[in-house]
Design a protein. Structure first.
Length: 420
């Protein structure tokens, strides 16, 4: 038996876990979700929730979250908890802006990745080599990154036109692409506000209008990660380090090497997310512009059950909610109350089918409160609008927490030689 096959036999998860959804079922769920959103749009009159601009905004906001989530996935599949994603994103924003201002946006992207890699490498040294608690190391990196970037900004940006100790001068933009003909057609269809057809047109239009080339690269990294980690011997060995490093070592896997690679790549992906924020999303570095997206990316990864596709879905959900806040604000978030209330009704029937009566009663009560809130008000308070993305994060994590399975050795201490 080869090393790869033997490792797979040792670290394969036990049977009886969550069943995989077939492609027809997934497509049916997507179609049902689109129909429900379209129905909510017609009832509420919030036509912007599936507009081309809304989808473009959601994609732009989801990309840095998704890149941070991918970074977390690489590290945790190798058994290293990476709370330091936020700090690595901060390093990516600064290094990306510094190099992008001087040598152009694509050089800035490269330096943003390198800045994140430095943070990832530091996290690997602290946790893998010295065995420090992963959470402590991650928090320390987050704090260190803020201090380092403030110190560097005093030398690099302060005194330059348009720059200061807290922000960089403006960076040249990366080219954007629009599919001629198709983009205009989708926008025309979306503005008709027809049931389902206009919603599908709005989504397609958002994907073919003003799309940054870096967004395309980021989207391609999702299937690339899946292929590398689940379809190559390298990925199998890396994942074995997160499931059972002792068993992997007995089969000749250099566990330290794979953990170092995974955590460094993790930092690079988070740094790329930071560079995206500075170069594409805003065109400028500003202190504090990550806004906790590293933590939300970690939440998206957990929501996605440590899988690239699920993580992308979670990042899209958070980006969509964040974009609702920015476009239409109170009206859009008010419409989401109705959507959430209907989804909870669906959850009630599902929980009754599974004989989870307590959960069904709780879901029914919350649904009734949301229906009441929606029909008795025209808008939601501005404070709730600002908090909507974070409330969404808490809700999806609480609802999905019972069906999650992280890598078995994730966060557990490991010393070289244990498998000999």
């Amino acid at each position: 038996m080869s090393t790869s096959k033997a490792t797979a036999a040792r670290v394969a998860p036990t049977k009886g876990g969550r069943r995989k959804l077939s492609l027809p079922v997934v497509l049916l769920i997507i179609a049902g979700a689109l129909a429900l959103i379209s129905l909510v749009r017609l009832i509420s009159g919030a036509n912007d929730i599936t507009s081309v601009g809304q989808v473009r905004g959601a994609l732009s906001l989801a990309v840095p979250i998704g890149l941070a989530g991918l970074g977390g996935l690489w590290a945790e599949r190798a058994g290293v908890v990476n709370i330091g994603l936020e700090g690595m994103m901060v390093l990516g924003t600064w290094f990306g802006a510094w190099a992008g201002f001087q040598w152009g946006p694509w050089v800035g992207v490269l330096f943003g990745i390198l800045g994140g890699c430095l943070g990832g490498l530091l996290h690997a040294v602290i946790t893998v080599t010295f065995g420090v608690n992963h959470i402590v190391s991650g928090v320390a990196i987050n704090i260190l990154a803020v201090g380092v970037t403030r110190y560097l900004s005093n030398f690099a940006f302060d005194g330059i036109e348009g720059g200061s100790s807290k922000q960089s001068p403006r960076i040249d933009p990366i080219d954007r692409i629009t599919v001629p003909g198709l983009s205009d057609w989708m926008q025309d269809l979306q503005q008709q506000h027809w049931f389902l057809i206009s919603d599908i047109a709005g989504i397609i239009g958002g994907l073919v209008t003003g799309l940054s080339l870096l967004t395309v690269v980021a989207l391609l990294l999702i299937p690339a990660t899946w292929w590398i980690l689940w379809r190559t011997p390298f990925g199998l060995r890396l994942r074995s380090c997160g499931e059972s490093p002792v068993a992997a070592e007995t089969l000749g896997v250099n566990v330290y090497k794979y953990k170092y690679i995974a955590v460094t790549v993790s930092g690079g992906l988070a740094g790329l997310g930071g560079a995206f924020l500075a170069i594409v999303a805003t065109g400028i570095y500003q202190e504090g512009q990550t806004g906790g997206r590293g933590y939300i990316g970690l939440a998206a990864m957990i929501f996605g059950n440590w899988m690239p596709g699920g993580m992308a879905l979670g990042a899209g959900l958070f980006g969509f909610t964040d974009s609702l806040k920015l476009r239409g604000g109170a009206e859009n978030v008010h419409a989401m109350l109705l959507l959430l209330a209907i989804l909870l009704v669906v959850a009630v029937f599902w929980q009754l089918y599974r004989k989870k009566y307590v959960a069904a009663v709780i879901s029914a009560a919350v649904s009734a409160l949301l229906f009441t809130w929606y029909f008795l008000t025209d808008q939601v308070p501005s404070q709730f609008v600002d908090a909507a993305p974070y409330v969404t994060t808490l809700l999806v994590l609480s609802l999905s927490a019972q069906r999650l399975r992280m890598p078995k050795a994730n966060g557990l201490p490991y010393r070289k030689g244990e498998g000999k």
